[in-house]
Design a protein around this ligand. Structure first.
Ligand SMILES: Cc1ncc(COP(=O)(O)O)c(C=O)c1O
Length: 396
């Protein structure tokens, strides 16, 4: 049978990272490749209790729900976002199937083939896949350790007239970067001047290792609340299997996204949303988030200490202040895609950096996930990795 797929499917890419993960899923391999949260601290009992409360609440809990999602959960999210300085009402919060769905729904309502999206470089691979699937041209803005370079951003806004700017300013995937306040302000100001929306993707903001440092989401700085579409998720703070995220922003945008969502799936699972409501009501989520911070910080320091011992002549990295990832750069000649094969043979895996780049891939970079593996496994995996990193010569 000759399947006559629609022309836009020519833009569908399979995730290079998923393909890499297949290679790493051999039993003996310790994988720092996937972006997985720590299973050993999943709040299983709290999740179980929450679902029991849903079922105990009667048959109406099993009925169809609103496209925008279960109102009591939207109210609970409103109050949690208020604590981060983001003002919203339940009307301009929509619950989604993870943040991933926000990226797709927003792209559906904004992008026509040929439109431009500005991003960081490197950035979240699955967002790139979505933008390109809608026929968009993704253009990278020059960035440094503090965030996007305002001059380059301004020039590219003027040159390309982009539909939106996509950013992960707080503990980014893949490079763990935390934007400075100045760069957040600069992006917002340019977005106001050039009438360009910002999609702020914030799945990792809660996993802050030094909570005494004040980090304001860009959405919290947007005084007239008309320039930023903000998305976050319960995938990292509770569990990813709930597949529950949310979006807040200008009401016109949320309403248009709700129309797109209605066509897409009517609404996300309302059982999961109700369970999350009970969980937020009865479980100490902030206490749990503190536990995640402590556990991840410890795991990160183990990895950091191994990398620090390698010396900066060979490898450089920035210590992340939160999130789940470390980003490592080797010398210019190193090709980490080739190095991965050697690493897998030794029983350890990472993700080569190349697929996260928009324009010119830096082949000498790679991403390490520190959240998923227990400390003993991190030590064993890092012993293996260091051996490979110190002997990459034959692969260059
Ligand atoms: C930057 C970023 N955005 C969005 C997502 C999607 O998260 P979810 O759909 O589980 O909420 C992820 C997942 O890893 C991510 O790293």
């Amino acid at each position: 049978m000759n399947y006559l797929f629609a022309p836009q499917t020519a833009n569908y890419e399979s995730s290079a990272v998923r393909d890499i993960l297949k290679v790493t899923q051999q039993g003996h391999v310790i994988s720092f490749a996937g972006g997985l949260p720590a299973e050993d601290i999943f709040p299983l009992d709290a999740v179980k209790n929450a679902y029991e409360k849903v079922f105990a609440s009667g048959k109406s809990s099993l009925q169809y729900g609103l496209t925008e999602g279960f109102i009591p959960l939207r109210e609970a999210i409103q109050s949690r976002m208020q604590q981060k300085g983001i003002s919203s009402t339940p009307d301009n919060i929509m619950l989604t199937t993870g943040s991933q769905q926000v990226i797709d729904l927003f792209s559906r309502i904004m992008l026509a083939p040929g439109d431009v999206v500005l991003t960081e470089d490197p950035t979240y691979l699955s967002a790139l896949q979505v933008f390109r699937s809608h026929g968009a041209h993704v253009i990278a803005v020059n960035s440094d350790d503090e965030g996007m370079d305002p001059e380059d951003l301004k020039a590219k806004m003027e040159l390309y007239n982009p539909k939106f700017v996509y950013v992960i300013p707080t503990f980014s995937n893949p490079d763990g970067k935390l934007w400075s306040k100045d760069r957040r302000d600069a992006l917002l100001q340019l977005s106001e001047e050039h009438n360009v929306l910002i999609l702020e993707d914030d799945p990792y903001g809660d996993i802050q290792f030094h909570p005494e440092d004040k980090i304001e989401p860009i959405a919290a700085l947007d005084s007239d609340q008309s320039h930023v579409l903000y998305t976050s998720t319960f995938s990292k703070s509770v569990v990813p299997a709930l597949r529950t995220g949310w979006v807040t922003g200008p009401i016109e945008v949320i309403q248009m996204m709700a129309k797109a969502k209605q066509m897409n799936d009517l609404h996300s699972s309302s059982i999961d949303q109700q369970a999350l409501y009970y969980l937020l009501r009865d479980f100490d989520l902030n206490g749990h988030i503190n536990r995640i911070r402590t556990v991840y910080y410890h795991r990160m320091t183990i990895m950091r200490d191994y990398l620090a011992k390698l010396g900066t002549d060979l490898f450089t990295f920035n210590e992340p202040k939160g999130g789940m990832f470390m980003w490592v750069k080797g010398n210019e000649q190193l090709d980490t895609t080739k190095l991965l094969h050697q690493a897998v043979e030794k029983g350890v895996a990472f993700v080569p950096g190349a697929p996260f780049y928009v324009q010119e891939p830096k082949l000498n970079t790679f991403r390490l996930n520190f959240s998923h593996s227990a400390p003993e496994k991190i030590e064993l995996g890092m012993d293996r990795l260091v051996e490979v990193l110190l002997n990459p010569a034959e692969l260059i």
